[in-house]
Design a binder for this molecule. Structure first.
Ligand code: HXC
Length: 520
């Protein structure tokens, strides 16, 4: 029987028609362009989403949205979805929102309607207080749309700003990311790239050649290597789409859904009171000999699982996420293996941004300290070391999350204050018996205080020894209560776990302000 309300179509026809329309939309820019995408070693937008989300959990929005442009003959080329796939799904059961640029449709370029699709997802993510992930592979503003595309970018940017500090925002760059496309990622919390296949720049090699006469390739200008090791625009890079997306899933597992829910609690097979006797010999007897601070981090956190952020930039400081008793902690640690763990402008900026992320999202911070001071020199001073160092001071000083600090060896000068000291608001400050908390190292101190004895090597040696015995220990600080407890290295995990459990109810009082004025 034919139903009159279905215009002569049977229900079967109607369902088949929907299926056809969906299948056509899922093809994006068509099989030829999909093949070209694969030939470049890249996945399509939908394949990427499938890998990112739990199997079968993705629900797409706005599959049939098309652009409304009529300039340059655009009315003849309308492709359902308009170059971006949007929707939501789950990662290990937790809701996340996603938009993925579809390079097979107008090079993934952003039109007015394309921007509106992203805006809808941004608004939903904020309303549901769930993370949003953007997958980028696009040629910037839809050139045929001109100012309408610029307006669209502005709408995306404004939403990035409003959501900042409320929900985690993550950007993954899996192909070109140029022009207007770079600024939305730059305002999100984390940017990840794929090596040799993705690049980010405001203006491409051709414009660079015209304006500055420099000849550079896209990779040299804005590849993953540049942005993870030089510019620090990106927080990490992996070899291909699959690895990148799986690592983003791993990161999501560390993050809270928003700034009030707290980090997820995952079952842990590691006991809180596990001791590690090998830590008792981690710090070498020779104070100038380096050791790997990553070993301490891995031996402290649950199952040794440490997700490092900005691994290839300012390697003299380590930042990343781990878990204690199944709950996320942010780790900041000087790395004696690189530049003796000194604080310079890059290390200060890197750690400050990480501390602020943790504080915004109520993630407790554990700080491991072995720092000989700030890096001297004109390069640093001219580069604004004062302002950059102040960023880290400021970030720790404003942090209201639980702060636990462990000084393993050197904590000299201003850097002692900066690294989550008691004075800045550290809640529990431990020192290993090998700690040296002082204004500076013995040699430098003696040469200043006893300048008149400099010619007398015996006198200087004796005074250096005196200084070392008196000041290069944790006890002068402990006598003043600047250190709460001098602990056995092997008990570090247990001490931190107990401290975090006690600090879980921390509620500091701060005066009202609109916002602070961090030294940018
Ligand atoms: C419309 C675009 C496009 C764009 C690419 N395409 N970029 N269409 N607007 N911005 C289309 C191409 O015409 C082509 O269509 C298809 O996408 C694939 O592009 P190819 O050039 O063939 O691919 P490839 O060789 O890989 O080069 C990729 C690319 C290049 C490097 C991204 O396409 C490129 O340089 N695009 C222009 C980048 C740009 O200048 N964008 C505007 C930035 S200005 P067909 O039909 O041939 O397959 C901007 C200002 C905003 O963004 C500022 C806001 C703050």
């Amino acid at each position: 029987m034919i139903c009159p309300t279905l215009n002569g179509w049977t229900m079967k026809d109607i369902l088949e028609k929907l299926d056809d329309r969906r299948a056509q939309a899922r093809l994006g820019g068509g099989q030829v362009r999909i093949d070209a995408q694969h030939a470049r070693g890249k996945l399509t937008a939908r394949e990427r989403i499938e890998l990112l989300m739990d199997h079968g959990s993705f629900e797409e929005f706005d599959m049939f949205v098309q652009h409304r442009s009529t300039d340059f003959g655009m009315e003849k080329t309308k492709i359902p979805g308009d170059g971006v796939v949007t929707g939501w799904g789950t990662v290990n059961g937790r809701t996340v929102f996603v938009f993925a640029k579809d390079f097979t449709v107008f090079g993934g370029s952003l039109s007015e309607t394309h921007a509106q699709k992203i805006n809808k997802i941004q608004d939903m993510a904020l309303k549901m207080r769930a993370p949003i992930i953007g997958l980028f592979d696009a040629g910037g503003a839809r050139i045929q749309e001109g100012v309408a595309a610029l307006g669209g970018y502005g709408e995306v940017f404004r939403r990035n700003v409003i959501a900042s500090g409320v929900i985690p925002q993550i950007s993954v760059i899996l192909g070109p990311c140029a022009g207007g496309d770079v600024y939305s990622p730059a305002m999100t919390d984390f940017i990840f790239m794929v090596r040799d296949r993705s690049y980010m720049f405001v203006t491409g090699p051709d414009v660079v050649k015209t304006v500055t006469n420099e000849t550079v390739t896209a990779e040299e200008l804005g590849g993953a290597k540049v942005h993870t090791s030089k510019s620090s625009v990106a927080d990490g890079a992996w070899d291909n789409d699959v690895e990148a997306l799986l690592q983003v899933r791993r990161l999501i597992d560390f993050l809270p859904a928003n700034n009030t829910d707290g980090a997820p609690h995952w079952p842990s097979f590691d006991t809180a009171d596990r001791v590690d006797l090998s830590l008792d010999t981690l710090v070498p007897e020779n104070p100038n000999k380096p050791y790997d601070m990553k070993e301490l981090i891995q031996k402290t956190v649950d199952e040794g699982d440490f997700f490092e952020i900005q691994e290839s930039f300012a390697k003299n400081i380590l930042t990343g996420f781990g878990r204690m008793e199944g709950r996320t902690v942010g780790i900041v640690a000087n790395q004696p293996m690189v530049l003796a763990g000194v604080l310079d402008s890059d290390a200060s900026r890197k750690a400050a941004r990480f501390v602020r992320f943790c504080d915004a999202f109520e993630i407790p911070i554990v700080t491991f300290v072995d720092v000989p001071g700030f890096l001297p020199g004109t390069a640093q001073e001219y580069g604004g070391l004062i302002k950059h160092g102040a960023k880290l001071l400021f970030a720790y000083g404003e942090a209201s999350v639980p702060l636990i600090t462990v000084i393993t060896r050197k904590a000299f000068g201003g850097a002692y204050d900066v690294m989550a000291s008691k004075h800045l608001g550290g809640d529990i400050n431990f020192a290993w018996p090998t700690a040296q908390i002082a204004v500076m190292g013995a040699k430098g101190a003696v040469e200043i205080i006893f300048r008149s004895d400099i010619g007398d090597s015996d006198a200087i040696a004796a005074k250096t020894k005196d200084y070392e015995e008196r000041f290069l220990s944790p006890f002068v600080a402990a006598e003043r209560g600047y250190i709460d407890e001098v602990i056995m290295p092997h008990s570090t995990r247990r001490r931190i776990a107990r401290g975090l459990a006690m600090l879980a109810t921390k509620k500091p009082e701060r005066p009202w302000k609109k916002h602070d004025n961090i030294p940018l």
